[in-house]
Write a protein that binds this ligand. Structure first.
Ligand SMILES: [Zn+2]
Length: 231
């Protein structure tokens, strides 16, 4: 029965750093109405004028991917906001693999995803007519303009894995390590779709190249214990 609470003590840390590439048009939206007078109805989320995929979006993407894998294997999965499941897990000290990785209200996350920043400011606009509720704020039948990042833009990628031993060697006793390894493999081979219009294949991102660095805490200091290529 895994109790994944390690009481905020850092023992080991693995950092993955690399490059993501979007193979299809991509828009991670701002999640609210565009600024008044904006010519674009559906704008890209940007930081300092650079398109950005927030770490929270990547974390949500990874969580729902692993949830779908576990569900397909017959495991019972619950959404992160399912308080009843979350409280039961904490009470019994028996957490599901998903919460053991991504955390819940009672358990700290064991992964940290940083914002991915586009290495190019290029975007393009597409005008369409909304035919369904796919576009959030846009009324059915209305003309709208959507801003998108064109394919083949490179993005920064950084992820920390805390107290789960995935590098230098995978801990065979820790189910979470195995799941994280397969997530990274999926991200580098078939990729995952993030942002809007996933149903038409938009937002397909792949990990192109990446390095891992593993650290261990010794006498209160982070000591590098290895590094290598993820792919
Ligand atoms: Zn859970």
């Amino acid at each position: 029965m895994p109790d994944y609470r390690d009481f905020d003590r850092l023992n080991i840390l693995a950092r993955i750093e690399g490059i993501l590439i979007n193979e299809t048009p991509l828009r991670v939206g701002v999640g609210r109405e565009p600024p008044l007078g904006s010519p674009i109805d559906l704008a890209i989320y940007k930081v300092n004028d650079e398109p950005c995929i927030p770490g929270s979006s990547l974390k949500g993407l990874f969580r729902s991917y692993l949830e779908s894998i576990l569900a397909s294997e017959g495991y019972k999965v619950h959404p992160p906001y399912d308080d009843e499941s979350v409280e039961a897990e904490a009470k019994n000290g028996d957490f599901c693999v998903i919460c053991g990785i991504f955390g819940n209200n009672e358990l700290a996350s064991h992964v940290r995803l940083y914002d991915s920043r586009a290495k190019s400011r290029r975007t393009f606009q597409k005008t369409g007519i909304s035919i369904d509720r796919d576009f959030g704020s846009v009324r059915a039948g209305a003309l709208f303009t959507e801003e998108l990042v064109p394919p083949n833009v490179e993005w920064s990628f950084r992820m920390d894995i805390i107290n789960i031993k995935i590098y230098p060697e995978l801990d065979p006793e820790d189910e979470r390590a195995k799941r994280l390894r397969s997530l990274i493999e999926t991200l580098s081979t078939i990729g995952l779709n993030v942002g809007s219009r996933k149903s038409v294949g938009y937002g397909l991102i792949k990990l192109k190249k990446a390095k891992w660095t593993a650290y261990k805490v010794e006498n209160g200091l982070l000591k590098k214990v290895g590094e290598g290529d993820v792919l």
